[in-house]
Structures are given as structure tokens and as C-alpha cells.
Design a protein around this ligand. Structure first.
Ligand SMILES: Nc1ncnc2c1ncn2[C@@H]1O[C@H](COP(=O)(O)OP(=O)(O)OP(=O)(O)O)[C@@H](O)[C@H]1O
Length: 324
């Protein structure tokens, strides 16, 4: 079933069109990541889904209701959880008091201590909010987002300010929530986070969707050529190499291969027969971050008045395979 459906969504601030006809769906029980550079329109889109901002055009359905309608908005507030940036909390209340107070806003909240354990704030149960570190404060935000046992959870940059260990802990929390049936919509600027968590991904830039897919397929990532590089062996010239060489710079050969396993077999066989080792050998497939940067590069440092069409300049690709 569909948890969120967005069709032709538009939002304008004065003469700035922040969201320009966005379409996407989020399936129930998945982790959906909305990615995009600063000013892309992510927060505006989320705020419309959350019922905090009116749209100028398009259709939006969240758990089958329209968050732009007052009655539906009220119904939705009991069923969605929010982890926003800069949530205002009372600084002199303790962690436990803060979570317990919020639990009272929901018809069927989770247990307060269970949620404290879930987000890893056991040690800080009695600490005042004002004495928490930045990362601990963000965990408290996460606790407040899940205390109402939401069907749908919005996470706006959930791990900003976390240390690496805490980030992995938060990822486990998010995955556990998904596995327990919560649908999760998140924004993040960390591509490793999207890679680790997301079942599906949408990239938005300049208020428009520039790519959709899974972390594995986004922007043709699964069909991009692998890049093999190694130091040119002593005495060899580029034309000796049994691969499609794209460059030789400072003695480093770079070649692209459609089937890296077979290409490596040919290359290492050639090197072994020559008796020359392949120094600095590496095989690189584009990461989600590489693909994301290519997709959004045209939008860096441009205003809404000159939003370009994205150039998919990942270089050569192997012929498209059918995608699921
Ligand atoms: N209340 C507002 N009034 C006027 N312009 C706004 C308002 N909120 C956002 N904007 C503008 O709309 C555009 C989209 O902003 P939005 O906050 O949705 O982007 P974002 O993708 O969430 O960015 P970030 O990653 O920096 O949080 C930006 O150009 C922003 O300056």
C-alpha cells in the first residue's frame, strides 16, 4: 500500500518557485530518502506532507488523507512522528520528563523507558535537556518523534552532529522501526546514510526531481562502467594492455570495463605472464555519492531563475539492462 503520494506538487515563496511539480510515492513499510543540495526544496516538501505548510498546486496524500485539510491534518497528527531540525524543548525538564510529557499528546504512546533505551539515552534519563550534548539532544529529538508509536515517521537530517558510533546506533534504531512496520521518510546530506538505510531514493534539485531509484540503481549506477587503475608496469606501453584504456597519467593507467571480473582476469593474466606486478591496482564502481554529485552538480550555485536540466555526464555506460 502507498503511505505517501505526491503528484505535481508546487510551492512558491513570492516570486521564488521552491517546488516545481514534484511527483513521488512512498510505499508502506519502506525507508524513503529525499536527497538534494541546500535550497533544493526538501524541507518545503516535507513541511507540506506534515501539514505545516500550504501548497500552491498538486495532489498530496499522506496515509490516505490530505494534510492540507484541517480535519485530515488533525487525524494525521496522531499518526505521524516528526524529527525536525531545531525542535523547541523545555531546557529545565529532564530527558524522562520531556519524553513523558510528549507521550501524553498521543492516544497510544510507546513506553517512555522503552523509548529511552531505544535511542540510547539510558545514562541521561535524569539529565536536564540543557545539559545534553548536541548528539544527545538529537537522540532526544528522535525519542520525541517515535514516542507516539507513529505509522509514518519524518526524519529531517536525523544524524547531523552525531559521532560515527552514534550514527550507526541511530541507523539501527531507524531500521528496527522500519522492520516493525513504521514507514520512514528521511532527508539527509550524508550519502552513506542513504546507502545504509534507504529502500528508495528521490533526488530533488532546484525544486524538481532529477532522479529516482534505489541506492543501487540511482542515476544508472548499476550500469555504469567500472574503473580499473594501476601503475603502468616497467617496460610496458599502453597499447600492450588488454583493456580499454582511457588515460595514462603520471604512470597511472585508467581503464573502463563493462564486466570487471573478466577484465581483471585478462589484466592479471597478462601481468603474470610478463612477470610484472600490478602496483596500485584498484577497481572502483561509482558510489552513491559520485552519482549524486553528478546529478546535482548543474544545480550548485544557481538560483531558481536559471535552473538547468541535469546532465547525466557519468561518462560512458554499458547498454541499459532492464530494471526492476
Ligand atoms: N519561508 C520561506 N520564505 C521564503 N523562501 C523560502 C522559505 N522557506 C524556504 N525558502 C526558499 O525555498 C527554497 C527551498 O528551501 P528548502 O528549505 O525547502 O530547501 P532544502 O532542500 O530543505 O534545503 P537545506 O538542505 O538547505 O535544508 C530555498 O531557496 C529557500 O531559500
Amino acid at each position: 500500500m502507498t503511505a505517501v503520494a505526491v503528484e505535481g506538487l508546487r510551492k512558491r515563496y513570492g516570486d521564488h518557485e521552491a517546488v516545481r511539480g514534484v511527483d513521488f510515492t512512498v510505499s508502506e513499510g519502506e525507508i524513503f530518502a529525499l536527497l538534494g543540495p541546500n535550497g533544493a526544496g526538501k524541507t518545503t516538501t516535507l513541511e507540506i506532507l506534515e501539514g505545516f505548510r500550504e501548497r500552491d498546486g498538486g495532489r498530496v496524500e499522506v496515509l490516505g488523507r490530505d494534510p492540507g485539510k484541517k480535519a485530515d491534518g488533525k487525524w494525521l497528527r496522531g499518526r505521524i512522528g516528526l524529527v525536525l531540525q531545531d525542535i523547541a524543548v523545555e531546557p529545565y525538564l529532564s530527558v524522562r520528563e520531556t519524553i513523558a510529557r510528549n507521550a501524553g499528546y498521543y492516544p497510544a504512546p510507546r513506553g517512555v523507558d522503552e523509548v529511552i533505551d531505544l535511542v540510547g539515552l539510558q545514562e541521561k534519563r535524569g539529565a536536564k535537556v540543557k545539559d545534553l550534548s548536541g548528539g544527545q539532544k538529537r537522540r532526544l529529538d528522535l525519542a520525541l518523534g517515535v514516542i507516539g508509536d507513529p505509522q509514518l515517521l519524518f526524519l529531517d537530517e536525523p544524524t547531523t552532529g552525531f559521532d560515527p558510533g552514534a550514527r550507526r546506533g541511530a541507523w539501527d534504531v531507524v531500521r528496527n522501526l522500519r522492520d516493525a512496520g513504521t514507514t520512514i521518510v528521511l532527508t539527509t546530506h550524508y550519502m552513506d546514510e542513504a546507502q545504509a538505510l534507504a529502500d528508495s531514493v528521490v533526488v530533488i534539485a532546484g525544486g524538481e526531481i532529477v532522479a529516482t531509484g534505489t541506492p543501487e540503481t540511482l542515476g544508472g549506477r548499476d550500469s555504469a562502467l567500472a574503473r580499473i587503475s594501476f601503475a603502468l608496469p616497467r617496460g610496458a606501453v599502453a597499447s600492450d594492455i588488454p583493456l580499454s584504456v582511457t588515460s595514462v597519467e603520471d604512470g597511472l593507467v585508467t581503464a573502463e570495463a563493462e564486466e570487471p571480473t573478466a577484465a581483471l582476469h585478462r589484466l592479471t593474466d597478462w601481468a603474470l605472464r610478463r612477470g610484472t606486478p600490478l602496483e596500485r591496482l584498484s577497481v572502483v564502481q561509482p558510489t552513491l555519492e559520485d552519482v549524486y554529485l553528478d546529478l546535482t552538480r548543474p544545480y550548485a550555485d544557481v538560483t531558481d531563475k536559471e535552473a538547468p536540466s541535469p546532465s547525466l555526464d557519468r561518462g560512458r555506460r554499458r547498454p541499459r539492462r532492464s530494471r526492476s
